[in-house]
Design a binder for this molecule. Sequence first.
Ligand SMILES: Nc1nc2c(ncn2[C@@H]2O[C@H](COP(=O)(O)OP(=O)(O)OP(=O)(O)O)[C@@H](O)[C@H]2O)c(=O)[nH]1
Ligand SMILES: [Zn+2]
Length: 351
Amino acid sequence: MSARAAAQAVDALRRGWPVAIRGRDGTLKLLAIETADAERLNAFDPEGRAPVLLSAGRAATLKLANQRDAATPDGAVLVERVPWLDFDTGTALADPQLDLATPLKGPFRAMPNVASEASAAALRLARVAGLLPAFFVLAQEDAEAITPSDIDAHEDADRLRIVGRARLPVEGAEDTEIVAFRTDEMPGEHVALVIGQPDGTPPLVRLHSECLTGDVLGSLKCDCGPQLRAAIAAIQASGWGVLLYLRQEGRGIGLINKLRAYALQDQGFDTVDANTRLGFAVDARNFAIAGRMLTLLGQPVVRLLTNNPDKVAALEASGVTVRERVEHKLPPNPHNERYLATKRDRTGHQL
Ligand SMILES: Nc1nc2c(ncn2[C@@H]2O[C@H](COP(=O)(O)OP(=O)(O)OP(=O)(O)O)[C@@H](O)[C@H]2O)c(=O)[nH]1
Ligand SMILES: [Zn+2]
C-alpha cells in the first residue's frame, strides 16, 4: 500500500497525463477527459478504440445506465467507442454543464464493464483529484499501475498528525489556539481551533467543511459563513470547545466540481441531483478525518453542533462518542431557502 503512488497518480491526472489502476479483475489505463485534449487523446489511443468510463449517475442522465453496474449512483459505466466519438464528444459526455448548450449526438451504448474494481477506483481517484469523473480507458497492463489499496492508504485518516500549533485570538473568541494537521501527501491542511480552556467536560465541537464561497466570499447560496461564525460564538459561550475546519470543499468534491454543481442548480436541479448528475455521491466527505483529529487532541467524547444526523453517525463510527447533538440552525435568506429545504427534505437534516 503506497499513499505516495496514489498521490503521484492524482498529480498526473491533474496534469493530463495517463495513469493506470490495477484491480483484481483487470488493469485500466486512464486519461482524464477534463485535463486532456484531442492531441493527448491521440497519443494515448492512436487507434481510436478507447471507450469512455463514466459514473452511473452521469450515465443515467444520458439514458445510458448499464443494468448491471448502475445500481449505485457512483458505480461505473463504460460507453462503447464509435468512430464519431471524438474528444469533443467525450467532453460533452463528461460534463453535464454542456448538456443544454451542446445537444449530444448518439445513440451511445453501454458495454460490459470488465475491470469493475479498477473502474470504481478510477472514479474515486477523480474525486480525490477534484476532477470530473470521466475517462478514456484502455484495458491494458502497466508496470506502473496503482491499486485501490494505494488510494485507501492516501485517504487513510490515521496518517494525519499534528504539525503545528500557535495561539490565535479570533473575533469573538480571544483565548483560542490553532492546531494544524496533515499527511505527507495531502495538499490541504486541516485545522482545529481550540477555544477556551479544557475543563474536564466534553467539549462542544463543530465539524465545519470548507466552503470558500460561503466562508470567505459571503455567498448567500448556503448557510456556511453564518454557521462558521455562530459556531465560534456558541463554543465560546459554552465555556470551551473545538471547531474543526475540514478541507472538504463542496461536501468532498472540491471547489471546481461544486461550482459545476452550482451551474446545474442555475438550470433548476437541487443540490442532491446536481451532485448525482455530475457523477458524485451526494456527500463524499470522510468524517474519519474529524475522528482522528479529535483523538489526536485527546477528546474522545464530545457534544456535537450539527443538524445532520449522518455526521453524528459518521463520527461515532470513527470511534468518538457523541454525548449530545446540539442543533445549529440559522435564519434562512431568500437565496438559500431552497437549499435548506432540500437538506431537510432529502438529506435528513433536522431543520
Ligand atoms: N456539492 C455541493 N456542496 C455544497 C453545496 N452547498 C454547500 N456545499 C458544501 O457543503 C458543506 C457544508 O456542509 P456543512 O454545513 O458542514 O454540513 P451539513 O451536512 O450541511 O450539516 P450541518 O452540520 O447541519 O450544517 C461545505 O463543504 C460546502 O462547500 C452544494 O450545492 N453542492
Ligand atoms: Zn457553503
